[in-house]
Structure formats: C-alpha cells, structure tokens
Design a protein around this ligand. Structure first.
Ligand code: MYA
Length: 541
C-alpha cells in the first residue's frame, strides 16, 4: 500500500486547501556526506531539468461512456470553466492559453485525461519516447491503439534470464540490503525519508513516516529483507537512496495477481535528476523476479505511463485553526476564523451502538466481512488472516508509537456488522514558527453489512454514521486532520462529513499488467462521484 504526495486544501469553496504532489526542492542541510556523490550519474546521462509530467492518455477503455462523452463533446463553457477551476493539475497545465484554446482542449479530453491534468494536444503533450526509462518498461502506454485487449501480463516472463546480481552502480556507490530488524538501520531509513521524502508542491509539508509506521508498513506478512533496497556512499556508508517492496495479492477484476507493492522510493536531494531512479527500479524488479514475482502495484502523485486509476485527496479539518496557521487550510473569502472553527467542531461522544475497538478475537469476523466488502470493487487486496491481524491490530511495545486504530460494531447477537480503521501519518511543517508537525489520520479500510442488506441510500446513511464516529475518535486522539481519497465508497460520505477537496491526486499503477481504466471516484467536475463510486478498493500507505 502506498499513498503518495502531500495534499492540502484548495481554496475554491468554504472549506478547502491545496493537494499533494511530488516536489523536487533545493537541497538543504544534511549534505556533507554526499558531496562526493555530486557527479553521480548511475545511468550515464544527467538531466537537471525539473520535470513535472502531465501526458496525453489515449486510454483504450475509459470510464462510463456517458460521462466521457459529456466531457469530450457536450460541455458548455461554464462547465469547462468549472472543470478547470476545480482541477489544479489541469489549471496549471493550461496556463497561458486563451479561452478558446482552453475550451477546445477540454472538450477534446476524456474524463481520465481531465482528472490527470493531461491534455490532448496541448503544450504539455509529450509522446512516450520522452519517458526514456518508462518507455522501455512493461507498463501500459499513452499511445496504445484504442482496441480492447484482454487483461493480462504485458511482457512474457522468463526466469532463465533474471540476473543474479544487481547492475553496477557508478563508482563510489554500492547496493545494500537494509536490515530493518536492526534498529540503527531502521533509523537510517527513517532519517533519509524524514529529510528527503514526498513534499507538497510549495514545499510547505513533508511526510514524516515514524519508525513504528515503517516497521508496520515494511514488515507485512511474508516480507523479505531483500526487498528493502538501499544505496550507500562507499566511503562514508551514508544511505542516500531507498526503495522497498512487500508481497501482496491483488485482485484486478477477475484475476488475482501475486504482486510486490512498491513504496518509499526516495533519493537524497543532492542526488536528484541523475537517473538513479531507473536503476533503483530495475534493481527492485530484479529482486522481485528472483522470487518469481513479475507484477507490481504502486502509486504516485506524478503522471507516468499510465495510470490505471486516479483518485483525488480530500481533507476533513479537525483542528481548523492549527491547519490555518500552518498554511494548510486557507480562510475562505466569505468566512471568518470563528465560523470555520464552529463549522468543524465535533462532539466528544461516538453515536453508533455497539462500537468498540477491534480485538484479536474479531480477526475471523473482520476477515470475512472485509473480503465480501472488497469483492465489490474492480481492484482490491486479498488478505489472509495473518494480514488482517497485521494491518488492523495495534501492536503495543516499548518505544512504539501507535499507528493503526480499528473499530468494529458488534450487534446484540454478538455479530460484527461493521468495521472501520484509520492510520496515523505525521507531516513535518517546513519553516513555520509555531508548529512543526501536522498529525493526520488517514482513512484505511472499512466494511459494513449495509452494503449487502439495503439500498445504496442505506449504505450512504450507514457510512456517514460510521465516519462521523471515526472523526470524533480521531479528534479524541489529537489528530489535526482526517484525510481520505475518492476510492472505495468514500464519495458517499466526503461531502456530508465536511471533507474539502485537496490539490493533490493519487495515480494508481500496475507493472506488467494490462487492464482497462478503473473509476477513481471522481466525476467530470472533479467532484466525488456519488452515483458510480470508485472501482478502487486498495488503500496504499
Ligand atoms: S512514490 C514516492 C516517490 N518518492 C518521492 O516522491 C520522494 C521525493 N522524491 C524523490 O526522492 C525523487 O524525486 C524521486 C525521483 C526518487 C521520486 N515513480 O533519478 P531520476 C522517473 C516512478 O533522475 P529524480 C513511490 O514510492 C521519471 O519519470 N518513476 O529522478 C512508488 C524519469 O523516468 P522517465 C519516477 O527526480 C515508487 C526518471 O524517474 C518517479 O532524481 C514506484 C528520472 O529519474 C516515481 N515517483 O528522482 C516506482 N519519479 O525518463 C516504480 C520520477 O521514463 C515501481 N520517476 O520519465 C515499478 C515496479 C517495480 C517492481 C516490479 C516487480 C515485478
């Protein structure tokens, strides 16, 4: 699982911020040991160009044809203006074009293109060849013919040709397998990510995954030490790059694929734009292939060839004033601080009868309920019981910070009818005098019998009850904001529970697996798609 890219509220309406995206910022601090590596160029060509990819997608299959047709042909001008306004990624791509050019471009775009900020024929248009590395990889392409191919691998696999050793790195660097059972090495990964991992576009916030979080995320059942890959400077031993995988079974429509879930790709700021990323990706691919794993799932805030789905970030303020003070939540022009604080006020009591924390005895029931619930989506993990225990039950211990909160609802007959969970992920606030962190709770998995016993309206009502309680609990545990995406059935509660749109999107990718585009839960106006929901049932950390 892997969520990516810091997002913050957008200003359009009463409640919003701006969204997360990969930001490559100037190198800062912590530089002494990597200076020797300044000229490192592991793949032979260095490009210092600051790139932000927004590409044309020629998806062979698109989302609901009605919506796509509307987006492509029939949108009136005011709707087009609205689409551009609601979608910061697209707006930034269209800067500098006149009104007619914008209308023309947006009319020609498919929904999935609008959502990723990719325009068909605009100034951002780039062909596949411009992705020097990704054009060589077994991933779906933007320039594929619009014919429907069956789901399946893109490239045949051949265990005979898997190299037994990693490709040579440039002199001065070496591959290492990071031993995360060793606290000192875990601290090195933590330090690298804390200083150099994902930031928002304006470099105001940076994800700060705690060591407890990394322990949880990187030691999931079946984890392999060899999939925790590092690059060190030979002379100093300094860890300057990292990429990881964990094993996961993912169902994509009717196929279940044994995958690695790739996450925490990070390169020290002093080593950016030196083409080290392709080398890291090839090495983790090799190590997966050694284990006979030929497919992967990953997410990112940037557009690469080619998203199978795109979700949008939403944020529910819990401590509006703090979020405002750090620049996360702007004050809407038609509001006051006092009104904003009142708007986001929450009581301190949950309301759902039978709600309690999940216990070890609930594993079977949660496993069964969640499996049925996730079967409703086009793409979802297939968890076994060990994974349910790992992902949902909090592990206490000396020096461990709490990462996961899971609640179940037990009815009068002792049956588990609902469950929900959220995890904790702090962000460092960069350069703010008053606050140095934001404590964010992220919506994780949930499930409810209401999906099977009633109408979509009943499901909506139940999810709103559950999420209202989740917000109360998150507030009680001192979180400042509750984040979610437009995946699963989130479109049914985001607006009612006062989540505001973020300025970030999360793109989902599959390596070596072809499938049609999956609905990310946003409609042609980049708003939660209450009617169709999302086909994404996979939450990435
Ligand atoms: S997403 C989180 C990514 N991490 C960050 O954003 C942290 C902060 N940023 C950094 O550390 C660097 O900026 C990174 C790029 C490392 C992101 N995913 O080395 P370069 C391509 C994939 O000169 P840098 C996560 O963890 C780019 O298009 N590719 O670039 C999931 C270009 O290729 P092309 C990316 O800026 C990771 C090339 O790299 C990404 O110095 C999933 C340039 O390399 C990205 N996020 O460093 C990885 N960013 O020429 C894929 C840039 O083609 C896994 N690039 O355009 C694939 C499956 C593998 C396993 C398969 C098993 C079978």
């Amino acid at each position: 699982m892997a969520p990516q890219e810091e997002s913050k509220l957008v200003t359009a309406t009463d409640e919003t911020t701006t969204a997360p995206e990969v930001a490559e910022v100037e190198a800062s601090g912590d530089e002494e040991d990597v200076d020797a590596a300044d000229d490192a160029n592991p793949s032979g060509s260095a490009s210092a160009t600051k790139k932000k990819k927004k590409k044309k997608s020629k998806g062979k299959k698109t989302v609901s044809s009605a919506v796509a047709a509307a987006a492509a042909e029939t949108l009136p001008k005011e709707v087009i203006d609205d689409i551009v306004k609601q979608n910061p990624a697209l707006a930034s791509e269209l800067q500098g074009l006149d009104e007619n050019q914008i209308s023309e471009l947006v009319r020609k775009m498919k929904l999935e293109e609008i959502l990723t900020g990719m325009s068909s024929g605009g100034k951002n248009r780039k062909d596949m060849a411009s992705y020097k590395f990704w054009a060589t990889q077994p991933v779906s392409r933007f320039d594929e013919p619009e014919v429907e191919l069956p789901d399946g691998p893109i490239r045949p696999t051949n265990p005979e040709v898997v190299p037994t050793e990693g490709a040579a790195l440039l002199e001065g660097f070496e591959w290492v397998t990071v031993d995360l059972m060793d606290d000192a090495q875990m601290t090195e990964v933590y330090d690298l990510l804390t200083g150099h991992y994902v930031e928002d576009q304006e470099a105001m916030f940076r994800f700060n995954y705690s060591k407890s979080f990394l322990d949880w995320a990187l030691k999931a059942p079946g984890w392999l030490k060899e999939w925790h890959v590092g690059v060190r400077v030979v002379t100093t031993g300094k860890l300057v790059a990292f990429i990881s995988g964990i094993p996961v079974n993912v169902r994509v429509r009717e196929n279940t694929i044994k995958c690695s879930e790739i996450n925490f790709l990070c390169i020290h700021k002093k080593l950016r734009s030196k083409r080290l990323t392709p080398v890291l990706i090839k090495e983790i691919t090799r190590r997966c292939n050694v284990e006979k794993i030929w497919n992967a799932i990953y997410t990112g805030g940037i557009v690469l060839p080619k998203p199978i789905s795109t979700c949008r970030y939403y944020h529910r303020s819990l401590d509006w004033l703090k979020l405002h003070e750090v620049g996360f939540s702007p004050l809407p022009p038609n509001s006051t601080k006092a009104r904003q604080i009142t708007r986001y006020h929450l009581g301190n009591q949950t309301k759902t009868k039978g709600l309690r924390e999940m216990k070890i005895e609930d594993i079977d029931a949660v496993h069964e309920l969640l499996a049925r619930y996730l079967a409703r989506f086009d793409m979802a993990p297939i968890f076994d019981k060990a994974e349910i225990e790992h992902w949902f039950l909090n592990v206490d211990g000396p020096g461990r910070e709490r990462v996961i909160w899971t609640y179940v609802v037990e009815d009068a007959a002792g049956k588990i009818t609902d469950m929900f969970s959220f995890y904790s992920l702090e962000s460092s606030v960069i350069g703010n005098k008053k606050h140095d962190t934001i404590r964010a709770a992220y919506m994780f998995y949930y499930a409810t019998e209401s999906a099977f016993t009633g109408s979509r309206k009943d499901l909506r009502v139940r999810l709103n009850e559950l999420v209202a309680d989740a917000l109360v609990l998150a507030k009680k545990f001192n979180f400042d904001v509750f984040n979610g995406l437009t995946l699963m059935d989130n479109a049914l509660f985001l607006q009612e529970q006062k989540f505001g749109a973020g300025d970030g999107q999360l793109h989902y990718y599959l390596f070596n697996w072809r499938t049609a585009h999956i609905n990310g839960g946003i409609d042609s106006k980049n708003q939660p798609d209450e009617k169709n929901g999302s086909g994404v049932g996979m939450v990435m950390l």
